[in-house]
Design a protein around this ligand. Structure first.
Ligand code: 5AD
Ligand code: SF4
Length: 463
């Protein structure tokens, strides 16, 4: 007699950055052998994971209110005689840890970003606790203090050694090459929640890249909190920087495009800059967060570079790779930011020019040095500055999109469009591009001429 384990529904809600999107897909991979299959919504799911992000404001409160909603769904499941395992993962889990189990005792698992390779064991423990609870006096939805599984250690063994190799799920795939951060910008939680900087060995990265390409990936985005701090051991005994890694990846047949995110100006070394000129597969679009244009504020942020350093790196990049376009992150209203400091940011934006950007009001994160700095900037001032900055950034984005009209570009078609006979893809600059063409073009890089432009996307005609 053969038995197949009944399939279980897994719903993962992902907050935050691409790193979290990547982590969520890896959690799906490690749970698949336990019979968990991805579900589109949490209703009736056997397991729900909230993969949280601590970067945004009020992250913890949002997690707790989402947990409140999940609690009702869990109770509904239990009334049907089934449980729902609720897990909180990611940076809020790392930061809040035990507190989540105390405040929301119906949560079964709290795990940090460095421990999800141990999820199968955690799930087994949670399932056992759940079965014992059902056998006992526990009423549906009743708190079960003390049974929650907490695993937020930073492991001695890197989790990548214990994860199955991921599979390419389309023409564009992510590849995590680096994690954590030792930079300790004074506003940021990442060094605390994600732990110390770690680079995966080059051979491991290359093997994963070859597998993804063999499975149909045409584009790889190398991921890391500080991806250009990459310094991976290689088989030849040398330590490779990101530039070297990119050159080696470019040798893989069938790999058309390479990107990396997110990078730090300090780690943009000369070899990486030259790679932008010398490696045709490396896309001419770079996300290079600057945060502020004021040297006083950059110092208070502990960024380790000045506005002039940033401009000099951009100048060198553009001298070698003239078609390179930039994106960035900005924080307005950092403690002590005066009108003049903010003007320095506006001036930097005007001088450098960005085709896309993320900008935020500074918001204090408990435990970070900036949170206790004096001279916090009033909310109204932050709002006024953010509006001005975003208007300028949007103007630059619009102008760049307009400048694409009539241009020829290579587009990687990675999705069907909304209408029949239409495909959607990405330009070298990450702009979404609609192209009239059949579905057999899926996964191909096609040459198009840009025929129309809207605020957020382009339309191209096959050449
Ligand atoms: N307040 C506002 N923005 C922040 N970021 C990180 N921490 C904070 C904070 N405390 C922004 C930075 C970073 C991006 C990922 O999020 O701009 O580059
Ligand atoms: Fe945070 Fe700064 Fe590290 Fe980026 S470099 S992850 S902003 S501490």
């Amino acid at each position: 007699m053969t038995t197949t384990a009944p399939k279980k529904k897994l719903f993962i809600r992902t907050y935050g950055c691409q790193m979290n999107v990547y982590d969520s897909s890896r959690m799906t991979d490690v749970l698949a052998p336990l019979g968990y299959e991805p579900a589109a919504d949490p209703e009736g799911a056997d397991m729900v994971v909230l993969n949280t992000c601590h970067i945004r404001e009020k992250a913890s409160e949002k997690v707790f209110s989402e947990l409140g909603r999940l609690r009702s769904l869990k109770t509904e499941n239990q009334q049907d005689g089934r449980d729902m395992i609720i897990a909180v993962a990611g940076c809020v889990a790392q930061a809040e840890g035990e507190f989540i189990l105390q405040r929301a005792p119906y949560v079964d698992i709290v795990l940090g970003p460095q421990t999800y390779h141990r999820l199968p064991e955690m799930v087994a423990r949670a399932e056992r606790a759940s079965a014992e609870n059902r056998g006992g006096t526990g009423k549906p939805g009743a708190p079960r203090p003390g049974v929650g599984v907490l695993d937020t250690e930073f492991p001695v063994e890197p989790k990548f050694d214990h994860l199955p190799m991921p599979s390419a799920s389309g023409p564009s795939a992510f590849l995590s090459v680096q994690e954590g951060c030792d930079k300790f910008c004074t506003f940021c939680v990442v060094p605390y929640t994600r732990g110390a900087e770690y680079s995966r060995p080059a051979a491991q990265v290359l093997a994963e890249a070859r597998k993804l390409v063999a499975e149909g990936a045409r584009e790889l985005t190398l991921l890391g909190q500080n991806v250009n701090a990459y310094h991976g051991d290689s088989a030849d005994g040398a330590v490779w920087g990101l530039g070297r890694l990119i050159r080696e990846l470019a040798e893989i047949d069938g790999l058309a495009r390479i990107r990396y995110t997110t990078s730090h100006p300090r780690d943009l070394d000369d070899d990486l800059i030259r790679a932008h000129a010398e490696v045709p597969q490396l896309m001419p679009f770079l996300h290079l967060p600057v945060q502020s244009g004021s040297d006083k504020i950059l110092r208070a942020m502990n960024r380790g570079h000045t506005g002039a350093d940033y401009r000099a790196k951009v100048e060198r990049l553009r001298a070698l790779a003239p078609d390179l376009a930039l994106s960035s992150d900005f924080i307005v209203g950092f403690p002590h930011e005066s009108d003049a400091d903010f003007e320095d940011t506006m001036a930097l934006v005007r001088d450098v020019g960005f085709i896309q950007a993320y900008s935020f009001k500074y918001s204090p994160r408990p435990g970070t040095p900036a949170a206790v700095m004096e001279a916090q900037v009033p909310e109204e001032v932050k709002s006024v500055r953010l509006t001005a900055l975003q208007a300028l950034l949007l103007e630059q984005q619009g102008a760049f999109n307009q400048s694409c009209l009539g241009r020829e570009m290579d587009i990687l078609l990675d999705r069907p469009g909304r209408h029949d006979g239409q495909m959607l893809g990405r330009s070298p600059y990450m702009q979404p591009v609609h192209v009239a063409g059949s579905e057999d073009l899926y996964g191909q890089v096609v040459r198009v001429r840009i025929s129309s432009v809207t605020a957020n996307s382009l339309t191209g005609t096959l050449i």
